[in-house]
Ligand binder design. Structure first.
Ligand code: HEM
Ligand code: FES
Length: 348
């Protein structure tokens, strides 16, 4: 991004977060391996690596999964979102170390190719105690790999946002496969309840936060009725904080209605970058600034300032006696719409 996008100073923040991330991983691995050696002095180096990196990857995956709902519920978690892609790639790398050591350890000494061996050495798919759980880990790892290699914005542009988003939604499939990997694998023979308890807590936290965030959004998602003039009443102008927005559903689409410098403009709530919620952003330097990664849009045209060319749909707006309404259907992305002016008497 150029200096136009100065809502978020990317690089310094990213380096700081990466340092925190990697320090956290090193500390976790050291504590995990130290405790394992203390409690199980006979544990081999391979077991330490397999278990340390496997659990580190799974913990980080939980953090990746709760980042979205957490930052929707509380803006203080937004900085985690800026770094989510790095966390995702790191999850893959940790899972890869775990998988390589496990494959070497359990499949590396036979005649068969180790990867083929994972697939054919156990085919008891209908047995709970003997389920071939490593296959689930392999499929999850392939999904994490596809997400890691396509995480750069280059792929977002080339694959188009809906395809990219669809691919990255597979993270939930990977998560389900990994829960199966651990439950059907390790927990079958594990007598120590810590791993089972931690996995259950993780599952409850991930599902609970997603349900809570979805519930919070559905309150705003109640469709607002269209009036005879084809406009939909949104709220009183006073209810919109300066340089911020309220979000409502109009014609089945979330619309962000911004107030700034005595004016009102409305645009689609969906950022063209990764579908971030524009209505949770604010106006910085005259531009709507996405809270997720700082993409910016002119509130009157829905277009990103040059040299960028993202565009979101705009909506006609009017303010009568302080009541803000927007047109029941969107204008083409990038269409200029004159902002509505809030008169002195409109303020309650
Ligand atoms: C080719 C892919 C994979 C193979 C062959 C594989 C293999 C294994 C094996 C053999 C175990 C049991 C280890 C033991 O009992 O000591 C295990 C456990 C585990 N795996 Fe995987 N795995 C793969 C992918 C993954 C991935 C991608 C993740 C996470 C992102 C993961 C997370 C875990 C976890 C958390 C455990 C439990 C660790 C523990 O025993 O405490 N695995 N895996
Ligand atoms: S979603 Fe990334 S900037 Fe909006």
């Amino acid at each position: 991004m150029s200096e136009v996008y100065k809502g978020i100073s990317w690089n310094r923040q990213k380096i700081t977060y990466d340092l925190i991330l990697w320090s956290g991983i090193v500390v976790y691995l050291a504590v995990f391996m130290g405790l394992t050696v203390a409690l199980y002095p006979s544990a081999t180096a391979e077991t330490l690596l397999i278990r340390g990196f496997g659990t580190a990857a799974l913990i980080l995956l939980h953090i990746v999964l709760i980042t979205g709902p957490l930052s929707r519920l509380d803006a203080r978690f937004l900085p985690l979102l800026y770094n989510r892609r790095h966390m995702g790639v790191t999850t893959f790398l940790l899972g890869l170390v775990h998988a390589v050591v496990a494959t070497f350890q359990f499949h590396g000494f036979g005649e068969t190719n180790p990867l083929v061996s994972i697939l054919i050495s156990n085919t008891r798919f209908f047995s709970v105690p003997d389920f071939p759980f490593q296959v689930l880990g392999l499929v999850a790892l392939i999904i994490l790999f596809l997400m890691a290699v396509s995480s750069h914005d280059f792929w977002l542009k080339n694959l188009t946002a809906p395809v990219w988003k669809g691919l990255h939604m597979l993270v939930y499939v990977a998560y389900a496969l990994l829960v199966g990997h651990v439950v059907l694998g390790v927990l079958q023979s594990e007598t120590n309840p810590v791993l089972a308890g931690a996995l259950l807590v993780g599952l409850v936290v991930v599902i609970g936060l997603h349900i809570t965030a979805a519930g919070r959004e559905s309150v705003n998602d109640r469709e607002t009725e269209k009036g005879d003039d084809g406009f939909v009443r949104i709220c009183h102008a006073d209810e919109i904080p300066e340089n911020k927005a309220v979000t409502r559903v109009v014609a089945g689409e979330r619309v962000a209605v911004f107030r700034y410098e005595g004016k009102i403009s409305a645009v689609s709530n969906v950022c063209q970058h990764q579908n971030g919620p524009l209505g949770e952003g604010e106006i910085i330097d005259g531009c709507i600034t996405c809270p997720w990664h700082g993409f910016q849009y002119d509130p009157t045209t829905g277009a990103s300032p040059p040299p960028f060319n993202e565009k979101v749909p705009t909506f006609e707006v009017k303010v009568e006696n302080g009541e803000v309404s927007v047109s029941g259907s969107p204008c083409e992305p990038g269409t200029h719409v004159e902002p509505a002016h809030i008169d002195e008497g409109d303020n309650g």
